[in-house]
Design a protein around this ligand. Structure first.
Ligand code: UDP
Ligand code: MG
Length: 310
């Protein structure tokens, strides 16, 4: 049997959202009259989400559970979903119903028109703190500016991807993943569809500041050398200033000025440059750590239980 749509939902402690997610996805997908499957990737949940996923799967064969051995993170969970998806079109959706399943119909319409990636743009966001909105907005704009690929702004992972593109992405096994960037990098015919991002149906965000920061670092290091180049720019600027100040100091001294005596100036200059050097070293470290992770060649995720990949 060929499957037209695969819906992927990563699950991390979404016990209360699962039945409603299933109900709404089923309602929407049944209305298309085409075959579909719902891949629920359990990202090491510590509530009873795992049991609930298995219960749902027993009742409805359209549900395919992929259970991780531990928490690997949202981007990796979605990656596993992409690996297991069999559909001609694959839809990535959040399990907390912030991305309304009804929007899938609009994404599918564009896909039928011939677009290979249809991403959903957050025209409006509800029920999120000002801090989340501000940091998200800054993040999208920063990434847009400094990365080498043009990643659409205000766009999350909610999107429909054609099989052709999924196959390409499944061959990209980088460890520190930023799927939106990878999705933009591959090219193909892409288009955005605006939607209203709802408040969470139940529960709290699973993306605390620390995880957001990690995602942002992966996005920047994965798609830009800009942080490495900043060190070079800084080096040129401080060397330039140093060279320019030499004649100023010499002439000043010959004229008997007192302006350049004192330890405070020396101390500030040394601390400043020391700081710049340590930061540059840290930036280098970020990239080297990522090289190390790639070289180790460990698997992206470990599954405890999963259907056959086919
Ligand atoms: N998620 C996951 N692993 C994690 C964190 C989150 O699979 O380590 C899932 C989560 O269950 C949800 C989706 O990723 O389906 C988006 O997470 P969340 O809604 O908490 O993020 P937000 O919408 O607040 O950015
Ligand atoms: Mg959410």
């Amino acid at each position: 049997m060929t499957i037209t749509y695969s819906i992927i939902a990563p699950i991390y402690n979404e016990f209360d959202n699962l039945p409603e997610l299933y109900r709404r996805v089923k309602q929407v997908m049944d209305s298309t009259g085409e075959t579909w499957e719902l891949i629920l990737v359990d990202d090491g949940s510590s509530d009873h989400s795992t049991d609930r996923i298995c219960e749902l799967a027993e009742k409805d064969p359209a549900i395919r559970p992929v259970i991780f051995a531990r928490n690997f993170g949202h981007q990796i969970a979605v990656t596993a979903g992409l690996d297991y998806a069999r559909g001609e079109a694959v839809v990535i959706i959040d399990a907390d119903l912030q991305d309304p399943p009804e929007v899938i119909l609009e994404l599918a319409k564009k896909w039928k028109e011939g677009y290979e990636v249809v991403y959903a743009v957050r025209a409006e966001r509800q029920g999120e703190s000002w801090f989340k909105l501000l940091t998200a907005s800054l993040f999208y704009r920063l990434i847009y500016r400094i990365t080498d690929v043009k990643i659409p702004m205000d766009t999350g992972d909610f999107r429909l991807i054609d099989r052709k593109v999924v196959d390409v992405m499944n061959n990209m096994r980088e460890k520190h993943r930023f799927l939106r960037g990878m999705g933009a990098w591959v090219g193909f015919r892409q288009i955005g569809v605006e939607y209203k991002r709802e408040a969470r149906f139940s529960g709290e965000t699973k993306y605390p500041f620390k995880k957001m920061l990690k995602l942002a670092l992966n996005a920047i290091t994965g798609f830009s050398y800009f942080p490495l180049q900043v060190a070079t720019y800084f080096g040129f600027v401080s060397a330039g200033i140093a060279i320019l100040t030499i004649p100023v100091v010499v002439i000043g001294r010959l004229n008997g000025t007192q302006a350049f005596y004192g330890q405070a100036t020396t101390l500030i200059a040394v601390l400043f440059l020391g700081g710049v050097q340590l930061i540059s070293l840290g930036v280098l470290g970020e990239y080297i750590g990522r090289i190390y992770d790639e070289v180790k060649g460990r698997p992206l995720y470990i599954v405890r239980e999963a259907p056959r990949k086919e």
